[in-house]
Design a protein around this ligand. Structure first.
Ligand code: TYD
Ligand code: MG
Length: 451
């Protein structure tokens, strides 16, 4: 059989372009034994019992029973805990801390039997890691196994209440000839584990590796099999790690969990703003602006640093970390054309503190303010922050959830906030003591900041 590595579609013959998803050059050949091929097309559970359609209103609504995880950040991303009988895929680049995150959480659950299947590390390696994190539960069992059939035997003997498979790409079933990590194997193994989760209502956590392109290696297929896909990301050079839900059948996908990797495991960062704004020892520096951004529904305050200097060589340099480079170029063009700053001959460096990647357009105003501040070499006073999206005409456009941004800024002791004009609508400003400045255009914001 030929399988598409992008979407997992199968086809009896090779094709240059996947008939299902249209990607080029993604079909790979895999040997499938006759039994497995027909097995995978059977509905899960193989039951022939017909279900009778019911009116939506007649279906009793039951709250999904959830297992509360020790880490509150993880609970939030899961939508309130691990749902019984659900299957969760935790993806991330190698070395980002997936095994640490899961092991650390499991070791802190004392009253549940847990089976941790590791296909990647030896029991001693896992023990070393567990010791690093600290002594945990006596009910957490570890087995190094890569055969799916053997894993089910272990499940029978241990009868776990939570099952972890680290990683799905290392396990293989005997029914297929292909090697572990191939599309067919990943799909068969995940389907078997899914069936186990639904029948036993034991939650299953699958760990999966992400390849360079940022997709789960091959098994894109997994994304529609599983109930939730969590992604653990971060820059390996920095210690911050972000946990996002990409898909969640039992919760919102806009939640974000923040961790810090330390010597003794991951630490939850429950107030991200405090760590993202550096203090500079009370000194006011030019080129530093504070933006109020939103990740999911959680507002936080982020420091933008910029350095603008005369280009030493012919072509000016543009260097960005943590922000979209194209977007910065657009903002520079707006500054040049609409506000009249000649930045075309300057080197511009931009950095988002803490190694975070921010996609929220409301950070535009902070980026522009940092660049302008460095350009005129005037520091933005302490306690000032801002939020606003910049349009091509130089107007400052309204942003979402402005009330939350304002309250978060106030909570963190900010004294002044610049927001887009007309963004407030019904918000009752008398409830907050932070001074609110409205700006309709970049030029207005510039006047407010630098006079
Ligand atoms: P790991 O969980 O093995 O990553 P993954 O399972 O995603 O491949 O974590 C790997 C990194 O984390 C490793 O480089 C060491 C670091 N680490 C710490 O800094 N502190 C710790 O307490 C632990 C356990 C790991
Ligand atoms: Mg690992």
């Amino acid at each position: 059989m030929w399988f598409c590595t992008a979407c997992g579609a199968d086809s009896p013959k090779w094709a240059g372009r996947c008939p299902a998803c249209g990607q080029w050059n993604t079909m790979v050949e895999e040997k499938v034994s006759a039994g497995a091929a027909s097995g995978s097309s059977k509905p899960l559970g193989g039951s022939r019992v017909k279900a009778t359609p019911k009116a939506v209103n007649d279906i009793a609504a039951v709250d999904e029973p959830r297992l509360h995880m020790p880490s509150e950040e993880l609970n939030r991303v899961l939508g309130g805990g691990l749902v019984k009988g659900s299957i969760v895929l935790l993806g991330g680049e190698p070395g980002i801390g997936k095994s640490t995150l899961v092991l650390q959480n499991l070791l802190a659950i004392r009253n549940k039997r847990i089976l941790y299947v590791s296909g990647e590390e030896s029991a001693t390696q896992l023990k070393l890691r567990a010791d690093r994190i600290g002594r945990g539960s006596d009910n957490c069992f570890i087995v190094c196994e890569t055969s799916l059939e053997n894993i089910f035997e272990h499940i029978e003997s241990i009868a776990p209440e939570i099952l972890v498979v680290d990683s799905i790409q290392t396990i293989a079933t005997d029914t297929l000839d292909s090697s572990a990590g191939s599309v067919g194997q990943v799909r068969e193994c995940a389907a078997a584990l899914l069936k186990f989760a639904k029948e036993s209502s034991v939650p299953v956590i699958l760990i999966g590796h992400i390849n360079k392109e940022g997709t789960l290696a091959g098994p894109k297929v997994l994304e529609h099999i599983v109930d939730a896909v969590l992604q653990f990301e971060g820059d390996r050079q920095y210690m911050y790690r972000l946990l996002r839900a990409i898909k969640n059948r039992f919760g919102s996908t806009s939640e974000l969990g923040i961790y810090e990797m330390q010597q003794r495991g991951l630490r939850e960062v429950s107030n991200p703003s405090e760590m993202l704004v550096s203090r500079h020892g009370g000194e006011e520096l030019s080129g530093v602006a504070v933006g109020v951004t939103l990740e999911g529904i959680r507002p936080f305050i982020i420091e933008v640093q910029s350095l603008v200097s005369s280009a030493a060589y012919g072509t000016p340099q543009r260097s960005v970390t943590g922000f979209d480079a194209k977007r910065m170029n657009m903002l520079l063009a707006v500054l040049e054309k609409r506000v009249g700053f000649k930045l075309g001959v300057k080197d511009v460096f931009l950095n988002i503190a803490g190694g975070l990647k921010v996609n929220d357009p409301a950070l535009d105003l902070g980026v522009i303010a940092a660049i302008l501040s460095s350009n005129v070499d005037i520091a933005i006073p302490h306690g000032w922050c801002m939020a606003g999206e910049i349009g091509l005409t130089g107007e400052i456009r309204p942003v979402t959830r402005i009330e939350q941004r304002i309250t978060e800024a106030e909570k963190l002791g900010m004294s002044d906030i610049i927001i887009p004009a007309g963004n407030l609508k019904g918000f009752d400003t008398s409830r907050v003591s932070i001074r609110i400045h409205e700006a309709a255009k970049v030029a207005d914001a510039f006047r407010i900041l630098f006079g």
